[in-house]
Design a protein around this ligand. Structure first.
Ligand code: NAI
Length: 330
């Protein structure tokens, strides 16, 4: 069985080739993003393996169906970039990696908080320039602060556990409450109360029609002045222009993001020396209280190992006509 991988980087090749020794598939790695123009590149493939910024809309899925592709194997958890209804119509199955080291993403969210708060990124550069002054580096104790968490699934749960270790008060909102978190002192509240009471808000819910632009002008208005906002989930959970207004007015005190609504043309690429045609990210990167990482929350050895193993196992199950435990349906 031939698998064509889109949007690949050297580390994808490294991990998938290593773990493919247990499976023996034919692997083809392409740097191109999957979109309306690039589908013909998979014309020899049986399976297409896609990542977070590949575009799997109706047109692309139709083209893949014409090329006799029967399986789309996502090597990620989120599937908001796939038109699942179209996949069903064209009888293409979609599988994903539902859970791979929730620690990787939760720990990255904590890294964003710690860096924004204690400004270690600035301190590092200062000291290297022999500037030993502390002016401008003032932070706050996390101990005793209120952390608001939206979405307490795999990643949100780990994040709550870590933050409770810091001695924080944790308040959360999820459509489905997690009983085990209550035993460590997490309180579930209506989402507006979470927004109103939290010193730090971290988003760990999926992107869907209910959560798109969850952080917008109205919700920002109810937040505590100077709130720190962290998003490691999906860019479109945030209405970025509204957040920029919040940063300018001081309503939002700091922003840490690992995801960005328009990331598809930027993230995972080395654009050094290029003119970036995106004024929003240009403005964000110029603000001193904004920290952006380029979708690296998942990027740990453990997570990449799990992603490769589960993706190849999903494809094997499909080839063996077994039940697809990691299938996503509309
Ligand atoms: P999960 O499915 O285990 O948990 C998501 C939680 O959100 C569930 O408890 C669900 O009930 C809740 N939820 C659903 N709709 C909601 C709503 N309207 N309001 C509040 N809560 C809602 O997912 P997991 O593994 O924890 O991942 C969370 C998100 O993290 C993913 O959807 C993905 O977008 C993102 N992610 C980011 C990565 C990165 O590298 N930055 C890597 C992996 C995932």
């Amino acid at each position: 069985m031939k698998i064509t991988f889109f949007s690949t980087q050297p580390y994808d090749k490294l991990f998938f080739e290593k773990h493919n020794s247990d499976f023996g598939f034919e692997l083809e790695f392409l740097e191109a993003q999957l979109n309306e123009q690039s589908t013909p590149l998979a014309k020899e493939a049986d399976v297409v393996c896609a990542f977070v910024n590949d575009r799997l809309n109706e047109t692309v899925i139709h083209q893949l169906a014409q090329q006799k592709i029967k399986l789309i194997a996502l090597r990620c958890a989120g599937f908001n970039n796939v038109d699942l209804a179209a996949a069903t119509r064209y009888t293409i199955k979609v599988v994903r990696v539902p859970a791979y080291s929730p620690y990787a993403v939760a720990e990255h969210a904590v890294a964003l908080i710690m860096t924004l708060n204690r400004k270690t990124h600035k301190a590092y550069n200062r000291v290297r320039d022999q500037n030993f002054s502390l002016n401008g580096l003032l932070g706050f104790d996390l101990y005793g602060k209120t952390i608001g968490v939206v979405g307490t699934g795999n990643i949100g749960q780990v994040f709550c556990t870590i933050m409770s270790g810091f001695g924080c008060r944790i308040i959360a909102y999820d459509k489905k409450e997690n009983e085990s978190l209550k035993t460590i002192g997490v309180s579930y509240l209506p989402i507006t109360d979470v927004f109103a009471q939290a010193d730090v808000i971290s988003l760990h819910c999926p992107l869907n029609e209910q959560t798109r632009h969850l952080i917008n002008e109205q919700t920002i208005r109810v937040m505590k002045k100077g709130v720190m906002l962290i998003n490691t989930s999906r860019g479109a959970l945030i209405d970025t222009p509204a957040v920029i207004d919040g940063l300018k007015s001081g309503q939002i005190g700091a922003l840490g993001i690992d995801v960005y609504e328009q990331e598809e043309k930027l993230f995972f690429l080395d654009l050094t020396g290029k003119i970036i045609d995106d004024d929003v990210i240009a403005l964000l990167t110029s603000l001193p209280n904004v920290l952006i990482t380029a979708h690296q929350g998942f990027f740990t050895h453990e997570a990449l190992t799990q992603i490769a193993q589960t993706t190849l196992q999903n494809i094997k199950a499909f080839g063996d006509k077994q039940v697809l435990t990691n299938e996503v349906k509309s």
